[in-house]
Design a protein around this ligand. Structure first.
Ligand code: GCU
Length: 661
């Protein structure tokens, strides 16, 4: 049954309900290809292959080209729309008389429409009277792999990299195709295959050949390839004495490199760049700005239509500075200075993929600079490969957050041109290690396509596709996924606490750590617990980072009475006896939240146990084993954090909270 995991959500097993199967067979048994649909094109051929493969599995039929006079009879009809009749990459699925029509104006539209149709069949949905039109809300829907050329994956918890640079370009592992197919099935249209902590070697000719081979595999699935660019590559690879963005030789080097890339990969997407961040080289070393650095690369790519995704993840090692404020301080003044083919890539929160953060104040604050929202699908700070934590509610909370930049209702989703997700995929047989990790690859794609989707609905879909359409099973699974995030926040970092993780690997608690050389890597820098209270004061009396938000948001966050409790200690240092709205003291509430987190993991285990016999035994056992780890580690988190915080609070544990041993 290991294959079950490998197939992800693309499981096309025979539909057991015979009536339903017959109905689908009648509706889809014959294929009518419109005269203006060219099925010889690569991507169209892939769509047809997917259709045939899916219908063979689900319905047990061989999709036949319609016999007899064209234009007659029932079945599935493909029709190409004129450009402009529907947006790029969009599609329509509509019942027209006795036919179901799939219409699109480009090849990607057909591909995505095909996967939509197959998904409906997997879920047992009725096609009668069907009338849907889907156009992606965002153009850029891209995965970022933090994969190194040596096969390791930074912050990867699912084995090694699926990209084998050693055997490329000759060996084309079928996994490359299956990966692209999975991406396409949820609308992901780009992949950055190398780590943001980049290696210049990728730009050597032999590596470009390898990248080109991957691009050729991905292309028919609509997945464009991108690479990370190491800013100092002209020195390391080109032998130049500088990487100064204003140096003519440096410009020439990048222009020649772009030419070399595009001669092999004509539709190459562009670069992602991490510069002057955590020790990576960048333009600041030459006294140049991030805009000057980004523009150097943008100019090299512009003749070919490539883009630069320049990351805003920057912070200095300065005990006086608030790390949360630095990206905004550095990037807002540069608004208007970037070339048109630059997008600035911003992590969802101002620090670093914490279990929960308020949205980054950069969203909506750079009217002239398009921004990309960067989310982390791999769970660096959320239990990594072993905890069941569904991230769709986190993603949705950020996407729906109202920035109030330019008026109420300006959600983060509405301010960004796309979504980038740090991938959680590796060589694990089931791709993501924890079987439920697949759900977030899925959810990321669905939300990048349509940020307004409800996390429960997404997980419901995923559960149905992955574990079968049984109503009770899928409802249980989707509820587990949706609720698991808040459970994790509670046992790790409730009430706006952040960065309490152990040093370096970020697995497990370490709130007591206070002596690392970089002050902003110390958990104590963030929680600031002392005998008076706990939390990071980001109001006027503290770092005043809250001032970076639009007035309506700032006012709400700046007053502890109106600040949502989930961000309370993110913005405020409050006394241990501070009264919460529910009448509890802050200390009591903190303890109760940790306790609730622990109890949440017990609930997760009980819910999963209730599905025994309804989910195949192998995957049931596997998830149960992970849940055992999670329960134990939720206790570990609670006990470690509360025992430590109590050394400051000097208060007893409230009723209902089991004291740490
Ligand atoms: C985090 C993570 C690093 C990563 C960095 C980034 O700090 O721990 O491994 O390189 O984010 O996003 O650049």
């Amino acid at each position: 049954r290991a294959e079950d995991g490998y197939r992800l959500w693309l499981r096309y097993d025979l539909i057991q309900d015979a009536d339903l199967r017959t109905a689908y067979q009648q509706q889809l048994g014959q294929l009518h290809v419109g005269t203006n649909v060219d099925t010889t094109r690569e991507m169209m051929a892939v769509s047809l292959r997917e259709l045939r493969n899916g219908l063979r599995g689900l319905l047990g039929i061989h999709l036949a080209p319609a016999a007899g006079a064209p234009g007659k009879g029932s079945g599935l009809a493909l029709r190409r729309l004129a450009a402009g009749e529907i947006g790029p990459e969009g599609y329509r699925l509509r019942q027209q008389g006795n036919r179901l029509e799939l219409a699109a104006s480009d090849d990607r539209g057909f591909l995505y429409g095909t996967f939509h149709l197959l998904r409906m069949l997997q879920m047992g949905e009725s096609l009668r009277g069907l009338d849907v039109e889907e156009v992606p809300a965002k153009d850029i829907r891209i995965l970022n792999h933090w994969d190194n050329l040596d096969g390791t994956v930074e912050r990867g918890y699912a084995g090694f990299s699926i990209f084998n640079w050693h055997t490329l370009p000759d060996v084309l592992d079928p996994r490359y195709t299956d990966y692209a197919r999975a991406c396409a099935s949820v609308g992901i249209n780009g992949s950055v295959v190398t780590n943001v902590n980049a290696n210049a070697l990728i730009f050597r000719d032999d590596y470009l050949e390898k990248a080109a081979a991957l691009a050729d595999v991905f292309r028919p699935y609509g997945v464009k390839i991108y690479l990370t660019a190491r800013f100092s590559a002209p020195m390391e690879l080109g032998g130049l004495s500088t990487a100064d963005p204003l140096d003519p030789e440096v410009k020439e080097w990048w222009a020649a490199k772009a030419k070399a890339i595009y001669s092999r990969i004509p539709d190459f997407g562009g670069f992602v760049v991490k510069a002057n961040s955590e020790g990576q080289p960048g333009p600041r070393e030459y006294g140049r700005s991030h805009a000057q650095g980004a523009n150097l690369l943008a100019d090299a790519l512009a003749p070919y239509g490539g883009i630069v995704m320049w990351r805003a993840f920057v912070y200095n090692s300065d005990p006086e500075a608030d790390r949360a404020a630095q990206a905004y301080e550095e990037f807002v003044p540069l608004d208007g200075q970037f070339r048109d083919n630059v997008v600035v890539q911003v992590k969802n929160g101002p620090i670093d993929f914490q279990p929960r953060e308020p949205f980054s104040p950069l969203f909506g604050a750079t009217p002239e600079t398009p921004l990309l929202l960067e989310l982390q699908i791999t769970k660096e700070y959320l239990g990594q490969g072993t905890h069941l934590v569904g991230l769709a509610p986190l993603f949705a909370e950020v996407l729906q957050a109202d920035t109030h930049q330019g008026g109420a209702g300006t959600t983060v989703a509405s301010t960004v041109t796309g979504l980038a997700g740090v991938s959680n995929v590796g060589t694990a047989r089931n791709w993501t290690g924890h079987p439920f990790g697949q759900a977030d690859w899925y959810a990321f794609g669905r939300l990048a396509w349509e940020p307004a989707l409800d996390p429960t609905a997404i997980y419901d879909e995923w559960a149905a596709l992955t574990y079968g359409a049984d109503e009770a099973v899928r409802k249980t699974i989707s509820r587990m996924l949706v609720d698991s995030w808040e459970i994790c926040v509670n046992y790790m970092t409730p009430l706006g606490l952040h960065h309490l993780m152990a040093t370096g690997h970020h697995y497990g608690p370490g709130p007591w750590v206070d002596e690392l050389s970089r002050p902003e890597w110390n958990p104590a820098y963030y929680h600031r617990a002392d005998s008076a209270g706990i939390g990071f004061d980001r109001t006027l009396t503290g770092s005043n980072a809250v001032a970076q938000y639009a007035p309506a948001v700032r006012e709400k966050f700046a007053d502890p009475r109106t600040c949502p409790p989930e961000y309370l200690l993110w913005f405020h240092h409050l006394p241990w006896d501070w009264r919460m709205d529910n009448g509890k003291t802050l200390w009591e509430e903190l303890c109760l939240r940790y306790q609730a987190g622990v109890e949440g993991t017990e609930w997760l285990a009980a819910e999963w146990a209730s599905l025994e016999g309804q989910v195949d035994a192998e995957r049931h056992r596997e998830v149960s084993q992970y849940l055992t780890i999670q329960q134990r580690e939720a206790e570990w988190w609670k006990n470690a954090c509360l025992a430590y915080f109590q050394t400051h609070s000097r208060r007893p544990f409230p009723e209902g909270v089991e004291a740490p041993p």
